[in-house]
Design a protein around this ligand. Structure first.
Ligand code: SF4
Ligand code: SF4
Length: 516
């Protein structure tokens, strides 16, 4: 296993990090599945993986238990675990942050964690909200002073320029960002800035959210002479950037653990790493009709970020028919992939009306002869059909909740997706102030707070009797609906998302278990 120093921390991290959100665990009571998942982590740690990315809701709320089991009885002195706390739209207090850190450590059987991660920052505004006095960052600082955590880091789903601004704040020793062959041209400036500031970089989505292994023929050019596969080539490509310390991979099988570990078992010379980067750059340039993200088309008089949108359009080349987020259908999957890519840049159009004035300037400058005007037309058409715009979200919330004037509304489930939906509700309907309740299947969340609202056991629904239950979970909405429909004679039960909707926020739905 190869190791690199993580920014100024002087901690040496393994090239491969273990993401714990992809274990095949159906419920917290399934001891066999939990033990199998723990074996995977244990094997990876024994093979030299020393960064384990854990959050309380990962793998249906079982990740902490799995990591505790995995590390029991082995020498884990070199292993670095994370505790992660989400900001929930700026509402989480320092006390709640501190409590969650203690809770996570207790569940993992640890007295301290190497890294605290302010988890899943989705906008610069959100960053500004949690650095206010008495908010999340204060809670992390207190935990650091009390010896519960060593280093404060963050994970980001924002545009490259906002990542740079957040790094420049000097508040984080490391960042976790999406980085792969699909977005590297846009993200390279982030790496350059991280190097300048000596901030550690951990990357997620090194395989482009599964797109690269699912499209090996398209990405054949990532596979160099000694690579076992295009996916192994993609991992080594990311690690060829000297600014990247560790690549996170969510591994769910022994084959994946062994394959990924072997991709980093032997180091490459600096010359070979340079050659790999140059070869990939050259191959992308040769792909006709494929946006390389070079941004030569910049300066649109209508303010359209053509490079970002054309990079998102590239997704159409990659989609295959494997269901994602419990959704199927080629076109819908394409729309979801486009939305995911754009949301990772914090972009959602205000409306699905195409703002292009067809002046042709961008097409004149494009190095790849991309028909930008045509593609914009198609993209905005897709935004319309998949409800991917702020205008669509406003209309949906109006039609389901606000127009009826409901006074008592319940949301189910209570994770990051719901926090975002609550923000949209406040943003689009500032004068509408109903009483809001949150419910979630995961008992570990009961009694804790999201957006300042207590999360409750769904068994209390008949007693609390809201006017309406809005199922705000994207992936498991049908299962949740089936589990709640017996209440329908007394309470209105609705699904927030239609079957043709693309995602409304990065990551795609909450990490909660479906209701069983
Ligand atoms: S053609 Fe459209 S996208 Fe291109 S520069 Fe003109 S207005 Fe902007
Ligand atoms: S100039 Fe062409 S290839 Fe470069 S970013 Fe713009 S659309 Fe993409």
């Amino acid at each position: 296993m190869q190791y690199r120093r993580f920014g100024k921390t002087n901690v040496m991290l393994s090239a491969l990090g273990f993401g714990t959100n992809r274990f095949a665990v159906s419920s917290p009571d399934n001891e066999r599945e939990i033990e199998e998942a723990a074996c995977l982590v244990r094997e990876a740690v024994l093979q030299g993986v020393n960064y384990i990315d854990v959050a309380n809701t990962y793998s249906r709320g079982c990740a902490e238990t799995i990591v505790k089991k995995a590390l029991k009885g082995i020498d884990d002195s070199h292993a670095h675990i994370t505790v992660k706390v989400r900001n929930y739209g700026g509402t989480i207090t320092a006390d709640e942050t501190y409590r969650r850190i203690c809770d996570s450590l207790a569940k993992m059987g640890k007295e301290r964690a190497s890294f605290f991660v302010a988890w899943g920052i989705r906008s610069y505004k959100e960053f500004q909200s949690f650095i206010k006095k008495g908010k999340l960052y204060d809670g992390a600082l207190r935990a650091q002073v009390n010896g519960l955590i060593d280093h404060i880091c963050c994970s980001l789903h924002v545009s490259p320029s906002d990542i740079i601004k957040i790094m420049e704040s000097g508040m984080f020793e490391g960042v976790t960002i999406s980085y792969s062959a699909l977005n590297y041209q846009m993200m390279r400036k982030v790496l350059e800035k991280a190097e300048e500031l000596d901030i550690g970089v951990i990357t997620m989505n090194s395989l482009g959210g599964g797109v690269i292994p699912q499209n090996p023929e398209f990405f054949q050019f990532l596979k160099m002479a000694n690579d076992e596969s295009a996916a192994a080539g993609a991992l080594r490509f990311s690690y060829s950037h000297p600014q990247i310390t560790c690549l996170l991979s969510g591994m769910a099988s022994q084959v994946e653990v062994r394959g990924n570990v072997s991709a980093f078992s032997a180091g490459e010379s600096q010359i070979n790493r340079r050659k790999r980067l140059d070869a990939v750059d050259a191959s992308f340039k040769e792909l006709s009709n494929f946006c390389t993200g070079c941004n030569y088309c910049g300066g649109c008089p209508s303010g359209i970020d053509t490079a970002m949108l054309m990079q998102a359009y590239n997704q159409i080349y990659f989609t295959n028919d494997k269901p994602r987020f419990n959704r199927a259908g080629r076109r819908l999957l394409e729309n979801i992939n486009i939305a995911v890519m754009l949301l990772q840049q914090s972009f959602m159009p205000d409306s699905a009306v195409n703002p292009c004035k067809q002046c042709g300037l961008c097409e004149e400058k494009c190095t790849q002869s991309i028909p930008v005007i045509e593609r914009l037309k198609e993209l905005y058409g897709r935004f319309d059909e998949s409800a991917f715009s702020k205008e669509h979200i406003k209309a949906r919330l109006g039609e389901l909740i606000v127009n009826a004037g409901y006074k008592r509304i319940a949301f189910y489930a209570a994770g990051g997706y719901t926090a975002q939906v609550l923000q949209y509700l406040k943003q689009f309907y500032p004068d509408y102030r109903p009483e809001i309740f949150l419910f979630d299947t995961n008992p570990k969340l009961w009694g804790s707070y999201n957006s300042g609202i207590e999360i409750q056991d769904p068994a209390k629904l008949p007693e609390i009797k809201p006017n309406i239950v809005v199922i705000s979970q994207y992936t498991w909405q049908d299962e949740i609906y089936d589990a709640l429909r017996h209440l329908e004679s007394e309470i209105s039960i609705v699904k927030l998302h239609k079957n043709y909707d693309a995602l409304w926020l990065p990551g795609g739905g909450d990490n909660h278990s479906k209701t069983t």
